[in-house]
Design a protein around this ligand. Structure first.
Ligand code: AMP
Length: 990
């Protein structure tokens, strides 16, 4: 008996899972193959004795030289045929509950048998019977169940042989084996082949999991779930599973096996990472080459350890590169300012390949030879450790001690080296940089008291910290009468060597305000006291009048005399000297503010000291000149770059001093820096520093200021005539007024406020510039020599300043009014081409400039206020800032336009050319109103005569291409003026 007759070739089919086409292999396991047996089959036929008409007969056939057996039966003319052919016992595989029965057979056409049509059949039946054992030749029909009726698709006729192939499924098999039986009921059949098989899903490795060969499921279990195991060196969180289909196909693998750390997938296997590469985690990834500064291990590496001297910080990924320690910070510099020490340095040259560099500061204080840690006592701002910036400010230092500061660079790996590496093996301490300095703390005034009081004198005493100062210090005592509500406030300044003074000749029963500032031996100011108020007693013993020039100092050795006196003395010596404190112009509320007053550099015996005090010295190598942008009195002005190490580079303007100047001219040149350096305000040009200490001084003396991209305001506005709305112009004026308020608060009088001395940056911010002491007198092209010998820019200067040199903040307010006019008129020249003499005469006769075209009424009203003859009635800069702010906050307030008189707002008389004759051509007229750029527009539109111009309406002007509202108005107003036939130049009287 033959139960198993071999393995058929694998069948291929394709299944699309999740959109991926995968090839699956199916295998058939054959249980019985009639054709392949090649000999006696041993099948049973029934009934056993059939007489003349035998039932199924075995017939031996030869095909292509090989023999095989077939069964046939052909009792078509007989009634009631019931011929059975039963196979041998077919053993079942335990899991094969479903088998396929493939039949090849021939059925003869009943019509081909004459007279047999009544009994002839063309089908036969397939039966099966299960059994746990081979029953031998025992055959009981009743034990068989019908599987199917087999009918041919094609019937064989006399002449033509047709072979049919049909496959039937026998299901639900459960016993150890079974028989098949073929029942003939009167057909003419030849059974050529019977093949019994079942399907399996073959053993496979999928997604690094191996699955065993699995018999395909039966009808009740279409998908058979099969568990697998990960291949060697692969792991999976989930048990890998797959499904075997009825047709013997693997589908839908579940649970992914991945190669362990140190292994990668190569053709369904996990192989060790090659030497020099690693894989840290179980994943589907490939091994990667060891990163920078790591050791290359043999194959199968899970991690690449750091090379000696390189580390990974705790937060670094173990797969990342290793880094070295940073080298030392560079260029450590200590500077003192405002009682603090500023340490700055540059980042290390070698960051060890890291970006998380921080710095810490170590401080040692040394007295004599003994040094110790500074401990908690000193303060670092922002902190002493964990600094990311390359600077720190240090305070609470004791004066006159030697300090040693060490700046150490750290990175994420620094802490590892200190923990993991024993000190002896640690890398050399390359990350520290040390600077030592002797710290001289500027002395501070702590308390001021009255020791003795009389009706005319006060004895004052104040404490100074530190009490014992190893170097000589001096004190600057400033005092004034509290209720000085005249517009002249007098300050008296004493320079004293002791911390006490008796002040005599005071007014009885009067309150005075005192302030003391300590000065270091080098003249640098230390902390100053609060302003203290002390009163003289009421008892009137002397007849002491108004102003307090009288000063005597008893007990205290006076080094300097009163600065007021100094000022007066200087004035005698040099009639060009600037504003002194007695000219200070405060509103009463401002009088009580803590004072920070501008110091006239000429009060220094050596103006070089003033430069040193107020300006930072810049090394010439940090400055690059790029392009000449202007000409100053002393030399070219350049645009350039300032690059101080450790700071961002900035664009700067560089004023130079031409070679060959005298010492006096050098001092005058640098005095501008001494003044500018005292100011710090958004609307005041900022001094970056000076170059004075270069050996080749004359070649290199420079004043370096912030760069203002749009240059001088007058020029800028002329170049952008009509392009800004009133709102923007008022915004510019607000900036200038704020800058002027700051200057007046510091008691500085500018004297040459004009649009040409305002600079504009690229955000249209306006800043006051030009602070040269002698500049007003010599440099300004607008300056005119007056009868008193000085040079004054007449058009911008208040009458009292022209008449008797009364330059005050109130005269600056007058000039500000002129600047307002210049701004609103887009850089128009004040009073046009009137001569200086005509201007002075007109002002004296109470005439004032008319409103510029399109000027908001409120703005023009403010101008007129600035031009009040009585300077005490003019608004203060504080008032001006407030008013402009108010206007800017409610833009509607700018909508009312001041009355405009075209006859005077246009530079030339309205009906004629500059010589008084009528305009000869349209282009001459356009030139006179500075609108020549539209000549072509007029010509193209055919407007070629002045008569035609006079006919034009606003609409026509627009139509020929004049678009800017400012220009439209200028042309329209001019035409209006031409019609008015008025040629008189007049100004408004106020
Ligand atoms: P000054 O000697 O200050 O009048 O400067 C002469 C010219 O140089 C000015 O009119 C400006 O055109 C130009 N200038 C001066 N300072 C600056 C600056 N900070 N930014 C841009 N341009 C400047």
């Amino acid at each position: 008996m033959e139960f198993f007759t071999g393995v058929r070739p694998l069948l291929f089919s394709y299944v699309l899972i999740n959109g991926i086409l995968i090839t699956l292999q199916t295998k058939e396991e054959v249980l019985l193959d009639m054709r392949a047996t090649g000999g006696e089959l041993g099948w049973l036929t029934w009934p056993l004795d059939q007489g003349d008409k035998p039932g199924w007969e075995v017939i031996q056939r030869t095909l292509n030289g090989s023999q095989f057996y077939t069964f046939s039966v052909c009792n078509v003319g007989e009634r009631e045929q019931d011929n059975w052919l039963r196979t041998t016992f077919i053993q079942r595989r335990p899991s094969a509950s479903r088998v396929f029965v493939e039949l090849q057979f021939i059925v003869r056409d009943c019509n081909s048998f004459d007279g047999a049509s009544l009994t002839c059949k063309e089908t036969f039946n397939l039966f099966t019977s299960e059994s746990d054992a081979d029953v031998g030749t025992t055959f009981r029909k009743g034990q068989f169940k019908k599987v199917a009726t087999i009918a041919p698709d094609e019937i064989t006729s006399k002449n033509e042989l047709r072979i049919n192939t049909e496959t039937k499924v026998v299901e639900n098999l459960s016993r150890k084996g079974f028989y098949l039986a073929f029942q003939d009921i009167g057909a003419c059949i030849a059974l050529l082949s019977v093949r019994v098989y079942y399907k399996t899903c073959p053993a496979t490795v999928k997604s690094l999991a191996s699955f065993p060969e699995t018999v395909a499921g039966g009808e009740n279990q279409a998908l058979r779930e099969v568990s697998g195991v990960c291949v060697e060196n692969a792991i999976s969180e989930e048990l890998p599973r797959i499904y075997c289909t009825v047709d013997g196909e693997w589908v839908v693998p579940v649970g992914q096996c991945q190669c362990k750390p140190g292994y990668e997938e190569v053709e369904d296997e996990c192989q060790e990472c090659k030497a020099g590469s690693f894989k840290a985690e179980a994943s589907g990834d490939k091994c990667t080459p060891c990163p920078a500064n790591t050791q290359e291990l043999d194959s199968g590496a899970v991690v690449c350890p750091c090379m000696d001297g390189f580390y990974r910080a705790p937060n670094d990924p173990p797969t990342g590169p290793c880094s070295g320690l940073p080298s030392a910070p560079r260029d450590l510099v200590a500077t003192t300012s405002a009682g603090k020490l500023l340490l700055t340095w540059s980042p290390p040259e070698d960051t060890g390949g890291r970006t998380d560099i921080t710095y810490s500061i170590e401080c040692q204080r040394c007295e004599g030879m003994v040094c110790q840690s500074c401990g908690e006592k000193i303060r670092y701002e922002p902190a002493g450790v964990g600094l990311t910036d390359t600077k720190v400010s240090v305070s609470e230092l004791d004066a006159h001690l030697n300090y040693t500061f060490t700046v150490e660079a750290h990175s994420g790996v620094t802490v590892l080296t200190s923990q993991a590496v024993p000190p002896a093996n640690r890398p050399p301490s390359t990350s520290a940089l040390t600077t030592s300095l002797l710290y001289t703390d500027p002395p501070k005034i702590t308390a001021m008291r009255v020791m003795e009081r009389s009706s005319t004198s006060l004895s004052l005493f104040w404490d100074v910290k530190p009490r014992v100062h190893p170097r000589p210090i001096r004190y600057e005592l400033t005092y004034r009468k509290k209720d000085d509500n005249l517009d002249v406030t007098t300050y008296t300044v004493l320079i004293l060597e002791k911390n006490s003074v008796q002040i005599k000749d005071l007014v009885p029963g009067t309150a005075y305000l005192f302030r003391v500032q300590a000065l270091s031996s080098d003249g640098s100011p230390g902390g100053s006291s609060m302003e203290e108020q002390f009163e003289t007693s009421e008892h009137l013993t002397q007849n002491n009048t108004a102003v307090i020039f009288g000063v005597a100092a008893g007990g205290a050795a006076m080094l300097f005399i009163v600065i007021v006196v100094l000022f007066l003395r200087r004035r005698k010596r040099n009639s060009h000297t600037r504003q002194g404190p007695e000219d200070t112009y405060f509103s009463s509320s401002e009088q009580l503010k803590p004072l920070k007053t501008y110091v006239d550099p000429h009060t220094y015996e050596d103006p070089n000291t003033a430069v040193l005090k107020f300006a930072t010295e810049i090394h010439p190598s940090h400055i690059t000149k790029q392009k000449v942008i202007g000409a100053g009195e002393f030399g070219e002005v350049y645009r350039g770059i300032l690059k101080v190490p450790g700071r961002k580079e900035v664009a700067v303007a560089i004023k130079t001093l031409k070679p060959g100047y005298t010492e006096k001219q050098r001092q005058d040149f640098l005095s501008e820096a001494s003044i500018m350096g005292q100011f710090s305000h958004q609307n005041i040009i900022r001094l970056e520093g000076v170059v004075t200490k270069c050996k080749d001084f004359f070649k290199h003396a420079m004043i370096v200021t912030e760069y203002m991209e749009n240059g001088a305001l007058d020029r800028y506005l002329r170049d952008h005539d009509g392009e800004f709305a009133s709102f923007q112009l008022v915004g510019m004026l607000r900036g200038i007024a704020a800058g002027m308020k700051y200057l007046s608060d510091m008691s500085y009088v500018h004297r040459d406020l004009a649009a040409r001395n305002i600079l504009v940056n690229n955000t249209l911010e306006c800043k006051v510039s030009d602070f040269g002491l002698s500049r007003v007198l010599e440099d300004d092209p607008e300056g005119t020599y007056t009868t008193s010998g000085g040079k004054i820019p007449i058009r911008w200067t208040a009458p009292e300043a022209i008449a008797y040199r009364k330059f005050t903040s109130a005269s600056d307010v007058w000039s500000f009014g002129i600047v307002m006019w210049e701004v609103m008129a887009f850089g128009e020249r004040p009073y046009w081409d009137m001569s200086n003499h005509e201007v002075m005469k007109a002002i004296n006769e109470a005439f004032r400039l008319p409103a510029p075209m399109d000027c908001p009424s409120a703005v023009y009203q403010l101008m007129l206020q600035c031009w009040l003859q009585d300077r005490s009635k003019r608004p203060r800069f504080g008032d001006i800032v407030s008013l402009l702010d108010k206007l800017l906050r409610s833009p509607d307030s700018l909508k009312t336009i001041a009355d405009f008189d075209p006859r005077i707002s246009i530079r030339l008389p309205s009906t004629s050319g500059s010589d008084g004759s009528p305009f000869r051509s349209v282009s001459e007229w356009l030139e006179s109103i500075k609108m020549s750029q539209y000549s072509e527009n007029f010509a193209c539109a055919g407007v070629v005569t002045m008569d035609q111009v006079l006919q034009m309406k606003n609409e026509d002007i627009k139509n020929i291409g004049v678009r800017l509202p400012g220009h439209l108005k200028r042309i329209a107003y001019s035409i209006l003026g031409l019609k008015d036939q008025t040629s008189t130049l007049s100004v408004f009287a106020v």
